[in-house]
Design a protein around this ligand. Structure first.
Ligand SMILES: Nc1nc2c(ncn2[C@@H]2O[C@H](COP(=O)(O)OP(=O)(O)OP(=O)(O)O)[C@@H](O)[C@H]2O)c(=O)[nH]1
Length: 468
């Protein structure tokens, strides 16, 4: 069963063929009693969900007028979703948060062009690193986490977080389908354009268009509803295919040594915030977490990480601005080992005077870590601002050329209408997305779950597409 059918079945209780079968039967037997043909709804809670899901256009299309079974919304517990590989509800338990610490990302007028990273990195140890600002420790109790927020549900989070992306994609596609006259060359040109604009990536758009030509011929899909079904099915199944060997799980140390995650990415992508959220997650799980302020390029970045340290009650290894970041990281690794920390999360600069300088610095940081702990870092996580669409994709390409990225954190998907970039990242870069940011709060970080994500992105189209 392809991804499309798996998702459809998980969330509606029926896959496409079962549904067609049912429809056929019910139209043969009792044309009026279409009530009966509804898939037993999982839970009809938010029926209003997406207005564009059943756009007026669909009505004008001859064949599609008949009543659709109202999409069964996924229940919080996803009761019948057992068909999709069993997901442990692996999310952080959000017993806290709620308190919104406003952080200004660019709060410091940085840039006094920093001395180039010194090449002599053997040293690092004592010199630079007076742990000037290693505050927090266990001193401050997590006062903020007292006000409990109701636990967030995973499916629902994706569902809500991706509303904008979904609406944007659904309405574009629906608009497009409502306006095409025939499936000719112009149709395919326009479709390619639409897919590219939706940030699924150029190559993906071309592949879909090519394969669609075949499918359209094969399935003799001439009606709008058929074409729509084929497009969505292709998009989803292609995504499923590409991800067959993808491992979206974070890797951890397999011995007693600390796990180290190194975060890289351009300024403002959400590195510090992601580190804060992850620190909160592991801390809540009872792990001993240390943060390292490896972005010494600007003082504001150090303060920002320290702020997060306070918020989530986790110590931060830091030094003065413009210290060699490798020395800060060296000290952090030493401390993590000596004091039995479970996890060390390392922040890095998003910008230096030039790209080469930045890449050299990242390399050096990584070398320092690996020299101390050969299996670390267990992850080099590239943080990308998901709301930047194609821009995120080209950043990923650049970083991946110079840094050995093991996974991607895609942030700001809540505010984005560019969720399609996830398709491009998988189909074109083959780097697994491991985490997604669905908001600014401590609990708004999710392990990336491809099926829930795709459901969140295409819900209306998946549930609606095949019933026409
Ligand atoms: N809506 C939303 N905002 C986010 C998310 N992740 C981060 N942000 C916001 O994005 C802004 C930048 O995040 P930072 O964590 O400072 O980014 P950074 O990559 O560390 O940037 P520098 O410290 O400048 O290198 C902040 O205002 C965050 O609150 C997310 O998932 N959703």
């Amino acid at each position: 069963m392809g991804l499309f059918d798996r998702i459809k079945k998980a969330f509606t209780g029926k896959d496409d063929s079962e549904e067609k079968e049912l429809e056929k039967k019910s139209s043969e037997q009792a044309p009026e009693s279409d009530q009966n043909s509804k898939p037993e709804p999982a839970s009809p809670e938010e029926k209003e969900s997406t207005p564009e899901a059943q756009p007026e256009e669909a009505t004008e299309d001859e064949s599609t007028v008949e009543e659709k079974p109202e999409p069964a919304e996924p229940t919080v517990e996803e009761p019948e979703s057992k068909t999709v590989e069993p997901e442990p509800e692996s999310e952080t338990k959000p017993e806290n948060s709620s308190e919104t610490v406003k952080e200004e990302p660019e709060n410091t007028p940085e840039e006094s062009a920093p001395e180039e990273v010194s090449e002599s990195d053997e040293e690092t140890e004592e010199e630079t690193t007076e742990p000037v600002a290693e505050e927090s420790k266990e001193t401050e109790e997590p006062k903020e986490s007292e006000e409990t927020e109701k636990p967030k549900d995973d499916v629902k989070e994706y569902d809500e977080g991706l509303k904008k992306s979904r609406n944007s994609f659904s309405s574009r596609l629906n608009h497009f389908l409502a306006n095409f006259r025939s499936v000719d060359e112009d149709f395919f040109d326009d479709l390619e354009e639409l897919l590219i604009e939706s940030d699924v990536g150029y190559e993906t758009a071309m592949r879909i268009s090519d394969e669609l030509r075949e499918e359209v011929k094969l399935e003799n899909a001439k009606k709008k509803s058929d074409v729509s079904n084929v497009i969505v099915r292709k998009l989803v199944d292609m995504y499923g295919e590409e991800g067959k060997d993808e491992d979206n799980d974070l890797k951890f140390s397999t011995d007693k040594t600390p796990t180290i995650f190194l975060f890289v990415g351009v300024n403002g992508a959400g590195k510090t915030t992601t580190i804060g959220k992850l620190a909160h997650r592991y801390q809540s799980e009872g792990k001993k977490v240390l943060l390292a302020a490896g972005d010494t390029f600007r003082a504001g970045a150090i303060e920002q990480l320290q702020e997060w340290g306070k918020r989530v009650n986790v110590p931060v290894q830091a030094s003065k601005a413009h210290t060699d970041p490798a020395s800060v990281v060296y000290d952090a690794v030493q401390r993590a080992v000596n004091e039995d920390f479970d996890i060390l999360l390392v922040d890095t600069a998003g910008r230096l005077q030039n790209k080469e300088g930045l890449m050299r610095e990242l390399e050096k940081i990584k070398r320092v870590i690996t020299r101390e702990l050969p299996d670390a870092p267990q992850e080099v996580l590239l943080v990308l601002d998901g709301s930047t669409g194609q821009n995120a994709l080209s950043q990923a390409k650049q970083f991946n050329e110079t840094t050995d990225v093991s996974g991607i954190v895609l942030t700001k998907l809540d505010g984005s209408s560019q969720g399609g970039v996830v398709l491009a990242i998988r189909n074109e870069l083959h780097i697994p997305v491991k985490l997604v940011g669905l908001g600014e709060q401590m609990d708004d970080l999710r392990d990336f779950d491809p099926e829930k994500f795709i459901y969140g992105l295409f819900k209306d189209l998946i549930v609606g597409a095949s019933n026409k």
